[in-house]
Each structure stands twice: as C-alpha cells, then as structure tokens.
Design a binder for this molecule. Structure first.
Ligand code: SAH
Ligand code: SF4
Length: 418
C-alpha cells in the first residue's frame, strides 16, 4: 500500500533521511562498498569533458575519442565499453582495464499517481540519498542531492536534523541524473531528453560541496552530455556567501536562496548558518550574482511555518528588506508550505495565512508563487522519507537486494539496470 503523506504542497527539497546506519544499527560488520570496484577503476560518471580528454590523452587517445566516449555515457546511457561500437576495439579494451561507468545501487523506486518518481540510492556505509522526478506539461524536473546529510542544521529540515555524513562525489551527483534520465527514457520509450531541468534541492547544501558540485554542473550543461541550459539548472543555497561569488565567476546557473526570515534574529534560529553570514551580506552577494547575469531572476525560498515566520509583519518586513537591497526587481518569492516531521516540533502555516502573506508581497510588486502539491501518495517532499525507514529491517533488506542487483549488473556488464 502506498503511504499517504500529509496534505499540502510538495516541494523538491530537504527531504531524505539518514538514519543511524542500518548496518551499524544491527551491529553488523560493514560489507565492502560495491560502489567501488576491487581494483581502482576510475568512475567516468565523475569526469567532465575536459577531465575525460586528459584521461584519454594519458591513454594515448585523441580529444575526439573523449567526446565520443562522453556521448556514449551521458547521451546514450551506456555503461559497457564493449557496446560503444564506434570506438576502436583497442580503446575499448584499454578502458575496461582502467575505468568503469559505475551507477548507484537503487534501494527503492516509488511512483506517484501524478507521475512524480522518487528514487532512493545507496551511497555506502549506510547512507542513502534521494532524487525526485517531477513531470509537468512543459518540462521534467529532477531534484538532485549533493550531500549525505547536511551540516547547516536548519530547524525545519529533516536532513538538517540528521546531521552531516559526507559530501557526495561528482560521480554520485551525476549518477542521479544519469540513472533518472536513462531509466525514464527507457520506460517512456523516448529517444529524446526527458529531464529538462535540474534543481540542486535534494539532500545537502550544494555550496558546501563546491569542488564536487562544479564538475557535475559542467556535465549537466555540456552539449555532448545533457545539454541543459544555464537557466534550467538551479543551485539552491542556505547562504554560503563566499561560494556564491565563486559560482557566479565559474558557472552562473540559476540561483535559489533559502531565506525563510526577514531579519537576522529569526533567521539565526531557523538557519544557523546565518550567524556566520548575515542577511545583509547574503543579499549583497545576491546583487553581485545578478550583476553577472542581470536578466536572471533569483528565487527566494521561504518555508511557511505556523506562527514562526508567517505573520503579516513578517511579510511587510520582507518587502522593506527587498526594497533596501537592489535585488527586488529581479527577485521571485517561492513560498513553501512546511512539510512537517515530528522531531521539528513545527507546524505548517494554514493555507489562508500563506495566501495572505503572498498577497502582501504581490501588492508590493514582488513576484510570488506558492509551491504546488506533487507526489503526495509517495511522500515525495521535504522530510517525508523519514517515514520510509521506520522499519529498519526493511531498509537493510532493500540495501542488500540493491547491492546484489548491482553486483549482478557488474558481472553481466549490463549497460543499465532498470
Ligand atoms: N541546502 C539547500 C538545498 C537543499 S534544501 C538549501 O537549503 O537551499 C532545499 C529547500 O527545501 C530549501 O529552501 C529548504 O529550506 C527547503 N526545506 C527543507 N526542509 C523543508 C521542509 N520540511 N518543508 C519545506 N521546505 C523545506
Ligand atoms: Fe536542509 Fe538547511 Fe541543509 Fe538545506 S541547508 S539541506 S534546508 S539543513
């Protein structure tokens, strides 16, 4: 029976969980991670095109061979080098000895009646991460995780409550997109792209994993891979100010900023990172980001918490704040009804209060949306996955089954397991 989530809008982010490792929980020794092959093979899912070019050059191959290989992996979803028919046999043999295209074991796939799909991946050592596909008439959005857990510890976020486990590698970030894209294409019988947008709004703070994030973004944007435009890839941040400037300089994709409060005292409480980077600094960083891409909107996310940050005075303070800074004209507000989880001790704002809050912003000329409900029946929203792991026996079994399936894939050399 599919589980029934609480009513209310679905948002892409902050869901996921990382229970105490189910493997530790049972006091079992950790099995070796099958995400790593016994010999040190390079996982090519983590290589952007320039890295792949250097890799191929070290094998004595020309640049265009790297491009071919890159296309096979990302555009065609092929893992098995022997199937890459336009590569010379000698290169295919060489690659098999030094590299692999290593996907993540899938622990579960859940599908909502509205088409939303949620995958739970095993990233080893008892850590699980989640990706969610949200289809809409004119687009297909994948919500991607950047870390197992999160160190920012926002009050209203279940990932934050679990603490930080580790950064995901570039390969693990890209593996979510690779798997989702090619699984959906196969299931829908489509040749062309299914995922048109990526939002880094899953588990973790992407700008606290910048070194791994940047090559992953490059792969998403590369025309020989997923070919997503800069505006169709969104990085969401709780406000890691110095890294916003880095992102603007390196790859100014669309930016979403999780604001949640109009003043520092309240934001200190909700988003502890605010004690380090104050709202004024955050908004200056937003203005600087916009100067690189002046026609782009910055989306400000605001999680609606009953009696905490949802009063008319909060909305008015927000309007004043935006007017004080030069971001107002190209800012978009996204009000996210809180997705409750018991440990938070917080409640979702009632719909009429969210409407009233939105009205104050809109009257002041701020573009405002209220996030829609998606994937209710599979709990595809922030903080919802915690419900999936109450029965840890089940998780243990699912991880074991997923690892077995991956091992079989590796042995069979299959290009993609669906
Ligand atoms: N760490 C980044 C991206 C992941 S969280 C960030 O904080 O922006 C993505 C979004 O989900 C953030 O706006 C976050 O505030 C929101 N979020 C987290 N938990 C939530 C919850 N339980 N209900 C509603 N929104 C939530
Ligand atoms: Fe959750 Fe905050 Fe971390 Fe984003 S930054 S994942 S909201 S704890």
């Amino acid at each position: 029976m599919p589980k029934r989530g609480p009513e209310g809008p679905r948002c892409f982010m902050g869901r996921s969980f990382s229970p105490p490792s189910p493997l530790h929980f049972f006091g079992l020794p950790l099995p070796c991670r099958i995400a790593q092959a016994p010999t040190m093979l390079t996982n090519l899912l983590g290589s952007d095109l320039e890295t792949l070019v250097r890799f191929c050059e070290e094998l004595g191959e020309k640049r265009f061979r790297a491009t071919q290989l890159f296309r096979w992996i990302h555009q065609r979803g092929v893992r098995d080098f022997s199937q890459m028919s336009d590569l010379a046999r000698s290169l295919r043999d060489k690659l098999a000895g030094v590299a692999q295209v290593q996907a993540l074991p899938v622990v579960s796939t859940e599908r909502s009646s509205d088409g939303t799909v949620k995958w739970l991946f095993d990233v080893g050592d008892g850590n699980l991460i989640e990706s969610v596909f949200i289809p809409e008439t004119d687009r297909g959005t994948l919500c991607v995780s950047s870390q197992a857990g999160c160190a920012v510890a926002c009050r209203f976020c279940s990932t934050g409550h679990q603490g930080f486990s580790r950064n995901l590698s570039t390969a693990e970030i890209v593996a979510q997109l690779w798997y989702a894209e090619h699984t959906l294409r196969r299931e829908l019988g489509r040749q062309e792209r299914v995922i048109t947008n990526v939002v880094m709004m899953g588990m973790g703070e992407p700008l606290q994993n910048y070194a791994q994030l940047l090559p992953a973004l490059r792969i998403m944007l590369d025309d020989h891979a997923y070919g997503l435009s800069r505006r169709r890839v969104t990085v969401s941040t709780s406000g890691v100010v110095p890294m916003m400037a880095r992102l603007a300089a390196d790859l100014p994709v669309a930016l979403a900023v999780s604001l949640h409060a109009p003043e520092d005292v309240l934001r200190d409480h909700l988003v502890p990172l605010n004690r380090k980077y104050r709202i004024a600094d955050l908004l200056s960083a937003c203005a600087a980001y916009q100067s690189v891409a002046p026609r782009d909107f910055i989306t400000f996310e605001y999680c609606m918490l009953d009696g905490v940050n949802d009063q008319p005075e909060h909305a008015q303070a927000l309007v004043r704040l935006m007017r004080q800074h030069s971001v107002a004209l190209t800012a978009k507000f996204n009000l996210i009804p809180f997705n409750p989880f018991p440990a938070s001790g917080l409640r979702r704002s009632p719909p009429e209060r969210i409407q009233a809050f939105a009205a104050v912003l809109m009257e002041a000329g701020l573009v405002t949306t209220i996030r829609k409900t998606r994937g209710d029946d599979i709990d595809a929203a922030c903080g919802q996955l915690a419900g999936d792991v109450k029965d840890r026996t089940d998780v243990q079994q699912r991880i074991t089954v997923a690892r077995g399936a991956m091992k079989r894939d590796l042995q069979d050399g299959r290009s993609l397991r669906v």
